[in-house]
Each structure stands twice: as C-alpha cells, then as structure tokens.
Design a protein around this ligand. Structure first.
Ligand SMILES: Cc1ncc(COP(=O)(O)O)c(C=O)c1O
Length: 382
C-alpha cells in the first residue's frame, strides 16, 4: 500500500513505539502513585510535557494532556464559554473549521451562545477585515484553525491574534494539522489556547493536549469538562495515559529534530506529485497555492466521482474529505465554502504525505491515478 492519507493519521514512528514500550509492560504504574514505580511514571510524564512544551515554545505547566484534539477542542471552547459567559456570549469561528470545532459551536448555540461563522475566500483564507468587523464587545473567543485538514491552507495567525486581542477576546487555534509540521511559537503568534493530537505527527492515537496560556498577555481560565481526581491541574481529571503521553512527547522531540528536513523532503515529493497530477487534463488545484502546508495537495478531477476514484486506486490510501466526517454523504463543507458546486466537491481527492513516503512512490501514484481517471471518464463517455 502507498499511504497518502497522513492528514487522517500517521504511522507510529518506531522510535516512538520504543519509548512507549516500558510503560506498557514492566513500568505500568499510575503516575499519581507515590511509590518508586509511580514516581518513575510521573517523571516520564514530566519529560513528555517538557518535550511538547519545547516544540511549541510554551511552559510545561501550560500543557494539559487529553485523549486527543477533539477532547482538547471541547475543553477549550466549552471551558472558555462557561468561564467567561458573564463577559459575553459571542464566539467567532470559520466555516472551514474541523467538525470538532463546528459541532461544539453548534452545541453552544443551543445553550444561548451566538456564533459567527466567517466565510473564506476562494483560496480558503479568511479576510482579516471581515474578522475585524465581526468582533464585538461581547466576543469572548475567536477560534480559527492554523492549517486546514483538507486543503492545507495556513491562516495568518499572528495578524488574527493581534486583531482578536485588540478587541479583548481570547484566541484559540486548532493546530492539529500544524503541530510537528510547522514551527509554532505560541508567544510569537499570540496564541491563548491550542489543541493538538499526537497521531497526526507520528505519535500514538488516543492522546492529545491543549496548550492553555498561563502567562501574559492572558492567563486563561477554563471550566473543566471532566471532574474527578483533579489531575492536570484540575483541568482534566482521569488517570494519565502514561504510555500515550510518553509517545506524544517522543513524537514531539522527533518532530522538532526533523522539522526542517521533513519539510524540505516531503515538500519536494508533494510538489513533484502535484505538478504531474495537474498535467492530467481537466484537473485543478484547490485552495491557496502559496499559503499552504507542504505535505498536502487537494485536486479536482473533472468528471470523476471521488468515491469511485478511491475504490479504483486499489493499492493506495487517499481521501475525499476529513476522515472524521467521511461517514457522511454530504459534500465536503470545506470545498463548498471555497465556492464549489456539489458535483465539483464530489470530484476532489486529497493526497497527504508524511515522513515515511518515498520518492519511488510518486511515479507509481501518478501512473495509477492517470489510468483510473482515464477509465472513469471513458465509462461516463467523457
Ligand atoms: C484540524 C483537525 N482538528 C481536529 C481533529 C480531531 O482530531 P482527533 O480525531 O485526534 O481528536 C482533526 C482530525 O482529523 C483535524 O484534522
């Protein structure tokens, strides 16, 4: 199999697995226990917290470990909504956010919050002027993703955070697709809250984290979602997933080490793949070509149903939307927000590359896609 679905999830790096193994076998203690085994697990969690904090230039006590980005997003948005509701009940987000953000916002609408869903331009970028005019006195949170999971578009985070802070609101960015791939400095970018997920950067599934700013300019307060033993500074109770957290820390360390070389190598592979796929007649690139992460390309193949294309690409893993909503038969809300018709949105394929893709795979992918696109078009008489 040629795996080109790295935005859905990534292969566990063998070095990450190695780091986790002791905590799945001999050292299985609870990190909250005070005996030597517990202390050793707690030390390992401390190291992981530091490794993750280093990757995003945060302080270790600003990291709250969770079960993944979805939980971190829920904690951040619902936690802020509840904590700051006396100040206001208005939240701003964007139409192309991941369903984890959109669904939480829709839930909050049923609880009396008002949400503004900013549109995007045809390249997937928001208009900062529209953000400026959407901000109000009662806006408590602006939630705009760092990198879009379907088209890879990178939003101008620094500008967004400045505008948000001038209006007195908090800034959250869902950085699930950005962490470990882009250099992210939470101070430089003015980020107050940042959800992340380990399995998107070669860590294990079922573990994630939320960065919660505890220093100037905003000491963010959160109402917890999970109450219990008071773990993670009372923000997320529940026995820590030590092996998962250790894996996330190791994945963060590796991501930091490989950040530049991965970006260069994967970027070259993506560019070659994209260039050759776009030579197939009646194809088009979706989203901004310039403000975009290096690992992904989303291409429209006119006259081809994306499900049929995926089925035809037998030895390949690609995607036609977010894996998290792929059970739905709706067209991608991201592609629709770019202004596409339903038929166009149903004709797009996302190719997302990662650390384990090789140069040799690219010509095989191009050949197979060319062949299957040709077959599908011939069948529909195009
Ligand atoms: C941008 C973005 N946010 C959030 C999530 C949810 O992550 P998880 O399934 O790890 O909770 C994903 C996963 O696809 C994502 O791409």
């Amino acid at each position: 199999m040629i795996y080109l679905d790295n935005n859905a999830t990534t292969r566990l790096d063998p070095q990450v697995l190695e780091s986790m193994m002791p905590f799945l076998t001999d050292n299985f203690a609870n990190a909250a226990s005070t005996h030597p085994f517990g202390l050793s697990a707690s030390d390992a969690v401390k190291t992981a917290r530091q490794q993750l904090a280093d990757l995003i230039e945060a302080q270790p006590h600003e990291i709250v470990f969770t079960s993944g980005a979805t939980e971190a997003i829920n904690l951040a948005i619902k936690g802020v909504a509840e904590q700051y509701s006396s100040k206001g009940k208005h939240i701003i987000t964007v139409q192309t956010e991941h369903s984890a953000v959109l669904d939480v916002c829709q839930y909050l609408e049923t609880k009396g919050f008002e949400i503004t869903y900013l549109p995007v331009q045809s390249d997937g970028l928001i208009s900062v002027d529209q953000l400026r005019s959407a901000l109000r006195k009662d806006t408590i949170l602006v939630s705009i993703m760092a990198v879009n999971n379907e088209i890879g578009v990178i939003q101008p985070l620094k500008m967004i955070s400045e505008i948000t802070h001038q209006a007195g609101a908090l800034f959250m960015t869902d950085a699930t697709q950005a962490v470990g791939k882009l250099p992210l400095n939470v101070d430089e970018l003015g980020i107050d809250l940042m959800p992340m997920s380990a399995h998107k950067f070669h860590g294990p599934k079922g573990v994630g984290a939320l960065f919660v700013r505890q220093r100037r300019p905003n000491r963010v307060k959160l109402e917890a979602l999970l109450h219990g033993g008071g773990h993670e500074g009372g923000k997320r109770s529940g026995t820590l997933n030590v092996a998962g957290i250790v894996g996330m820390g190791k994945a963060a360390e590796l991501a930091q080490r490989y950040l530049k070389t991965d970006a260069e190598r994967i970027g070259k592979l993506r560019d070659t793949l994209e260039k050759q796929l776009l030579q197939i007649p009646q194809t088009r690139l979706n989203g901004s070509q310039t403000h975009r992460l290096y690992n992904v390309t989303n291409i429209l193949f006119e006259g081809c149903d994306s499900d049929a294309l995926i089925m035809g690409l037998e030895n390949m893993a690609v995607s036609n939307g977010s894996a998290c909503t792929s059970a739905s038969i709706e067209p991608s809300h991201v592609l629709m927000a770019l202004g596409m018709t339903e038929t166009e949105a149903f004709s797009c394929i996302r190719f997302s590359l990662g650390r384990f893709n090789t140069e040799a795979e690219i010509p095989q992918v191009v050949e197979t896609v060319k062949k299957v696109v040709g077959e599908l078009r011939a069948m529909s008489g195009r």
